[in-house]
Design a protein around this ligand. Structure first.
Ligand SMILES: NC(=O)c1ccc[n+]([C@@H]2O[C@H](COP(=O)([O-])OP(=O)(O)OC[C@H]3O[C@@H](n4cnc5c(N)ncnc54)[C@H](OP(=O)(O)O)[C@@H]3O)[C@@H](O)[C@H]2O)c1
Length: 215
């Protein structure tokens, strides 16, 4: 029988202040064993603190999670370093896993080359992955590392709203608006539930690219 929890873990969720990241934090908070650490990372402190409070209220402290908020801009090297430092400072002894949900992202529509770089997160994922690789052994004694890329589907979040309202690309704006009006957007809960099942079943291949519609 496969375990129905994710063990005791240090779980880092980037972009946890709203949208998909927030939902994942709530869903993961009931799958982590007591004395796990849930680290919520984003730029907006108020929303992170609110999420922390919601998680504590939800379980009345019974799940014994250590929820910590890290205010960091992951587009900046200092933000990545601050997050890595915070992770290193957590109590990680006897952890089963280090789980990094690299979810932070932004969608802007400027005709600016620099913007496109940041949209694909050259600035974020590059340094973040390098830091985690360098520090992984120090963060947690871990013999195996699994990486999956998961396409969560078109989610009904602020990012979608922004895409519908402010895309400079008319075609794109129309197609996002059509998806919205035809009810094709997914809820974060629905998409997150598939990811939770995937993690619990633990039968994915490292390096896999997975799509919501194929799960
Ligand atoms: N919505 C969709 O249809 C869709 C489709 C495909 C992929 N995705 C991807 O799914 C992920 C979540 O998207 P979402 O729809 O939930 O978007 P969202 O509601 O706009 O949330 C984005 C999250 O990323 C954080 N973030 C943005 N820039 C950041 C930065 N520089 N440093 C740290 N945190 C930052 C935001 O928090 P702060 O503003 O507080 O920093 C927020 O928590 C993104 O990577 C997105 O590209 C979304």
């Amino acid at each position: 029988m496969k375990p129905r929890d994710l063990g005791r873990a240090l779980c880092i969720i980037t972009g946890a202040s709203k949208g998909f990241g927030r939902t994942l934090a709530l869903q993961l908070s009931c799958l982590l064993k007591p004395r796990s650490v849930l680290m919520l990372v984003a730029r907006t402190t108020e929303q992170l603190n609110q999420l922390k409070e919601d998680i504590i209220t939800l379980y009345g402290g019974q799940n014994q999670l250590d929820v910590c908020c890290v205010q960091a801009d992951l587009e900046k090297k200092e933000g990545v370093e601050k997050t890595v430092q915070a992770a290193k400072e957590t109590s990680v002894s006897e952890m089963d896993h280090l789980l990094l949900i690299n979810n932070a992202g932004a969608f802007e529509f400027l005709n600016d080359e620099k913007f496109w770089e940041s949209m694909v997160w050259g600035n974020v994922r590059g340094p973040w992955q390098k830091h985690t690789a360098d520090n992984r052994q120090r963060l947690i004694s871990c013999s195996e590392c699994f990486v999956i890329m998961c396409a969560a589907g078109p989610l009904d979040t602020d990012m979608q709203l922004q895409a519908r309202l402010s895309s400079g690309d008319l075609q794109l704006r129309r197609s996002f608006s059509l998806m919205f009006s035809e009810g094709q957007l997914l809820s974060c809960e629905e998409s997150g539930a598939k990811l939770m099942k995937l993690l619990l079943d633990n039968d994915y291949q490292s390096g896999a690219h997975l799509d919501f519609y194929e799960l």
